[in-house]
Design a protein around this ligand. Structure first.
Ligand SMILES: [Zn+2]
Length: 318
């Protein structure tokens, strides 16, 4: 794992590859091992997401080498004029006090596709004056970073070695290194903060289990919790679900087969009937949400208590 870096400045989402794209890097003379190392580092590290705390990564692009269809980087190993400095595309390094451009991503002439538009084809130039694998690899990795919405991370504000987007750091020769052969965790976080559609979708909330309405709280509770009364102290006699009834216990218009008071028992559900005097659904029950289970009284309750409950039912806690 690489050292932490300053947050790399970013461009916009439109300068990044579409989610789940396979980006073909067509190679025109770049040492293939160096190119593959840099491309693989990006593919792997984006997918892992490093320590990115915004969520896991599901739809990051994958970089492959060779001719493909669709999203493409045409990468050439060639001479680069010093004066080249298109927006978001230069990689100036100081070599013996003389600025050199070791790599260039020509976003100015890139093509974009899709709605909304994302990067489609872009040319990248790697300075063929470089001969050292480490230097070539870090420049290739740097230029790939430019195709993922990252701008240069300029020295000295961006400490040498802290970002794949390191730029303008002093190196003794054109073969010196100042960046990284792949993205740091900070670089990955920067990409994912821009290309937010690389992230996995948030998990869908669990469906409501039972009761969509709680009489006392006025909101949802996980389960209906009816109160069952033993009206004469002879104990509770309930059926299993199989021998019970089909009833809309949750008040959700979805009746289910549930247990019930046994036939002939003197148990009763405590309920507030509707205007027609009938109990049609579970939301008529006086549910007590903190229990989240049926509350069964241990003793017979005097009739006066029912009257009290009925009188204060608008605001009461039972
Ligand atoms: Zn650059």
């Amino acid at each position: 794992m690489f050292a932490q870096c300053a947050i790399t400045p970013t461009l916009s989402k439109g300068y990044t590859w579409p989610p789940s794209s396979t980006v073909s890097i067509v190679n025109y003379g770049v040492p293939s091992g160096d190119l593959q190392t840099a491309a693989s580092n990006w593919s792997t590290d984006l997918l892992l997401g490093f320590s990115f705390s915004g969520g896991s990564v599901c739809y990051s692009p994958d970089f492959t080498t060779g001719v493909g269809t669709g999203e493409t980087i045409n990468m050439s190993f060639t001479t680069i004029p010093v004066e080249s400095n298109p927006p978001g595309g230069s990689d100036n390094q100081v070599s013996g006090g003389v600025p050199v451009v070791r790599g260039l991503t020509d976003l100015e002439h890139a093509t974009f596709a899709g709605t909304p538009a994302r990067l489609y084809v872009v040319a990248v130039y790697i300075n063929s004056a470089m001969t050292a694998d480490a230097a070539i690899t870090e420049v290739v990795a740097h230029e790939i970073g430019h195709t993922l919405g990252l701008a240069d991370c300029n020295y000295p504000g961006c400490a040498a070695g802290s970002s794949v987007m390191e730029a303008n750091a002093p190196v003794s020769t054109i073969n010196g290194t100042s960046g990284q052969p792949g993205p740091t965790s900070c670089d990955v976080s920067s990409v994912l903060s821009v290309a937010t559609d690389y992230l996995c979708p948030p998990p869908s909330p669990p469906p409501p289990q039972c009761c969509p309405y709680n009489f006392f709280t006025g909101g949802c509770t996980p389960c209906t919790s009816p109160i069952i009364l033993d009206t004469d102290g002879h104990g509770f006699h309930l059926t299993g679900a199989q021998d019970g009834v089909t009833f809309d216990i949750s008040g959700s218009d979805h009746p289910i087969q549930i247990g019930w008071t046994a036939s002939g028992s003197t148990n009763a559900f405590l309920a507030l009937p509707g205007p027609d005097g009938l109990v049609h659904m579970g939301s008529n029950y006086l549910a007590i949400s903190r229990h989240n289970r049926p509350l069964i009284t241990r003793t017979a309750l005097p009739r006066s208590l029912f009257m009290t409950i009925q009188k204060t039912v608008g605001t009461a806690t039972v």
